[in-house]
Design a binder for this molecule. Sequence first.
Ligand code: NAD
Length: 445
Amino acid sequence: MHYFLAIIGGGPAGYTAAEKASKAGKDVILFEQNAVGGTCLNVGCIPTKSLLYGAKQYFNATHAQKYGVTAEKVSFDFAAMQKRKTIVVRKLVAGIKQRLNNEHCTVVSGAATVVSRTDEAVTIQCGGQTYEAQNLLICTGSTNFVPPIVGIKDNPAVWDSTDALAATELPKRIIIVGGGVIGMEFATLYHELGVPVTVIEAMPTILPNLDQDIVSVLLDKYRKAGMTILTSTKVESFEGGKVTANGEVYEADKILVSVGRRANLQGLEALSDLELNRGAIMVDEFMKTNLPNVYAAGDVTGKIMLAHVAARQAEVCVGRLLKQIPLQRIAYNAIPSVVYTNPEIASVGITEQQAAELNIESEVRQLPMTFSGRFMAENEGETGLCKMVIDAKNQSVLGVHCIGNPCSEFIAAASFAVRNGYTVPEFQQVVFPHPTVSEILHEIL
Ligand code: NAD
C-alpha cells in the first residue's frame, strides 16, 4: 500500500498529526518503537506531574497547621505513588491508541529506518517490512543529553530523568546537575518528600531563560527551606556518587543529570542531504524541511522543546500537507510555558530582559499575587509575583510572567492576549471570575 503520509514517532507531534491527517481521510502510517505518547506521556510531563502531585499532597499535609489543620503521623508510600503514576500513564496511552484506531490510522510497533527517498516517495523499513509513502513527517523527538564529563559514563550512581522516574525507591540524598526545568521539577519532588537536594547549575542563575525576578522568589523560598542551590558552579568530574565542581567535592547516593536534550536523528541516515541546524532538523514555518516531501515537527526541530509546541507544529504541518486555506502558522511569540515547582511558574511572551535585548521600549507592571483574594485565601505565607511586559509605543501586551499557585491554570488567558495582540485597554474589558487567582491579570492592568 502506498500511504499519503508516513510518520516516524508517536509522541505529541506524531500522534496529533496522525489523528488529524487520518480524520481528513488520508492514508496514514505511524511508526513507534516504544509506547505511543512519546516522552511527554511515558517518561516526561505526565509521570512527573503524577509524582509531583503525590509529593504535594504529602507536603501540604505536613504543612497544614497554617490553615488550622493538624495532621499527625503523616507518611507516604513511594512505591504506591509510582504505581499510581504507571496507571495514569497506561490509561492515557490507551486513550491515544483508541483515538488513532477510531480514525483508522495504521500504527506499526518498531524502530523505523528511512531507506531511500525520491520526490515522489519515501521508503521506510520496520520489523523486516518495507513501506512506501508520498510524504514523510519526522517526529522522532529528543533524548537526554549526556555531557562529556569524566566519570559520567556507566556510572551506576548517575541517573537521567527516565531512570529517576523508574526508580522504585527514593535516594537518601540527591545531587541534581542542571538547574533547568527538569532539574527544578525533580528538585521539588525530592525536596517535598524529605530527600536532601543539592542543585548544581553552571550558569549564574537557575532557570536562566525565565524572568529573574520571578526566579528569585523561588530561589529564596527553596534556599530558606534548606535546599542547596549552587550557581556559577561547573561540574568537573564524577566518581561514583561524588561530584567535583569548582574544586569542591559533593556526595550523594544518586546524581541526576539534567543538562538539556538533543534531537533524535536515528534511522534518518539515508536522508544525507537533510539540512540540520545545531544537530536539529531545519524547517520552514510550515514544518517543511529542505527536501520537498519531508517534514519535521516536535523536539527534533530543536525550536522549543515543549509537548504543546510539538502538537501545534503537527497541526500546522498537516494543514500545509492538506493545502488548507488559509495556511496556518505558529505564533511562537505566544507559547506559554510552565515549570511545576511549588509554587509553580508560568509565563508567556517576552521578558523585560528580552524586550531590552530586542530594543523594544517596554513598560513593566508588577504586583504580588496577594492582590488576588483567592490567592490570599489559599496560599498562606506566600506572596508570589506577577509581571506584565507592555509595548510602551502601542500598549500591547508582550509578555506575562507569574509565580504562585495555580498560575499554570490561567496563563492561557495571558497567551490569548499576547497571541491576539491585545492592548491594555482591550485586555481590561475581559471579565475574570471572582474569586479566582486569574484576577491578578485584571488587577495588574
Ligand atoms: P534546560 O535547557 O531547561 O536546562 C538545562 C540546565 O542545565 C541549564 O540551566 C544549563 O545552564 C544547565 N547546564 C548545562 N550544562 C551544565 C553542566 N555541565 N553543569 C551544570 N549545569 C549545566 O534542559 P532540561 O531541564 O534538561 O529540559 C530539557 C527540555 O525539556 C527543555 O527544553 C524543557 O523545556 C523541556 N521540559 C519542559 C517541562 C515543562 O514544560 N514543564 C518539563 C521538563 C522538561
